[in-house]
Design a protein around this ligand. Structure first.
Ligand code: FAD
Ligand code: SF4
Length: 312
């Protein structure tokens, strides 16, 4: 039975878990609400109960913990982008956070919500009226992908800008369920399926992102979008090279999950670029064409190579 529509505000993780259990038929966690509320208004999110995590102190704070920098899931993008340690040591994350939405959105948007924000597609992020008129697609109970005309897969894009930055920095994600606390490499939570883009249990509460501090990186960040503000990504490219020139290239905006390519800065760039372009299952569901975005993968990775080599 779906309970009456309501809004709950727990003060602890335990309380939030209990509320989730009691409303398990239809609930949604919410942090800054900048993704959930827009989806709700467009009829793409219909949970009867919203559980607002924003008052849980245990999910806040940025601090060195052992060999990790721990960033609480509720940390606001505007705040973490100005954190001196992040700016100095993990500038790719600060750049990514500063590229999200607009200054006003970054004051509400959290890092936990950003790595979990819903995948997007030109044919899905529309009003209920628009989607009904065009015909529903696989991601909203239809039986066809409007972008590809296929019946088997949805290619809605991962649009998080901070997820590729965090993955380039080898970040882990800590979350809790009623069964306990778990820590995973961030990249492992993304499924590659546009309809169900993440494999975390519905009652999982993200506690923090952990960035290892035992390595130093040179990094690169670039984002393709139609204008410099209030625009989701059409391609985000984050790259890192450690002291041994081990390279991580991570893309969002061009596949339902992050595209991750690893190698060495001394490898032939053409090989890694070709691997990245082949891995990205880009389709025509964005304001920019598939062809253009695939070409821009080449451009950005080449620029990243140059920057990281010159930073030696
Ligand atoms: C105009 C506009 C422009 C935008 N531009 C960008 C952009 O350029 N780049 C970008 O990446 N995003 C963009 N966004 C999307 C959104 O603002 C960000 O992704 C934001 O970081 C989401 O964080 P939030 O705290 O508001 O998430 P919410 O909306 O509160 O939640 C998002 C998701 O995360 C889940 N969630 C949140 N916190 C937790 C937690 N601790 N544990 C478990 N689940 C949790 C929620 O259940 C939901 O599924 C934009 C949004 C708007 C409206
Ligand atoms: S990629 Fe296809 S199935 Fe997925 S949201 Fe877009 S149109 Fe729908």
């Amino acid at each position: 039975m779906i309970l009456q529509k309501h809004y709950l505000q727990p003060l602890t993780v335990d309380e939030a878990s209990t509320m989730a259990e009691k409303n398990k038929e239809s609930f949604k966690f919410i942090a800054g609400g900048t993704d959930v509320i827009v989806n709700k208004n467009q009829g793409n999110e219909n949970a009867a109960c919203l559980i607002d995590l924003s008052k849980i102190e245990a999910l806040k704070g940025i601090a060195q913990t052992g060999n990790f920098l721990r960033i609480g899931a509720l940390e606001k993008l505007a705040v973490l982008a100005k954190n001196p340690l992040i700016e100095k040591q993990f500038s790719v994350l600060a750049e990514a956070a500063l590229s999200v939405g607009s200054p006003l959105i970054r004051l509400s948007a959290t890092i936990g919500g950003n790595v979990l924000c819903e995948n997007r597609c030109l044919y899905y992020n529309q009003s209920e009226w628009w989607r009904e008129a065009v015909g529903y697609c696989l991601k909203c109970d239809g039986d066809i992908c409007i972008a590809t005309q296929g019946k088997n897969a949805c290619f809605s894009e991962l649009v998080s800008d901070t997820a590729p930055a965090l993955i380039a920095l080898n970040a882990q994600l800590t979350y809790s369920t009623r069964e306990g606390t778990h820590t995973l490499p961030l990249e492992s939570i993304y499924t590659g399926d546009g309809v169900t883009p993440r494999n975390l249990e519905k009652n999982a509460i993200v506690q923090a992102l952990l960035i290892p501090t035992d390595k130093t990186y040179r990094t690169f960040f670039a984002k393709l979008r139609e204008r410099e503000s209030l625009e989701f990504t059409s391609l985000t490219c984050c790259m890192s090279a450690d002291e041994n020139d081990q390279l991580r290239i991570v893309l969002s905006g061009v596949d339902p999950k992050p595209v991750v390519v690893t190698g060495n800065l001394n490898d032939d760039p053409e090989i890694l670029i070709t691997k990245a372009v082949k891995s990205a299952r880009t389709v025509d569901n964005d304001m920019y064409t598939r062809k253009y975005r695939r070409e821009m993968i080449r451009v950005y990775i080449s620029r990243g190579y140059k920057k990281l080599k010159n930073a030696l």
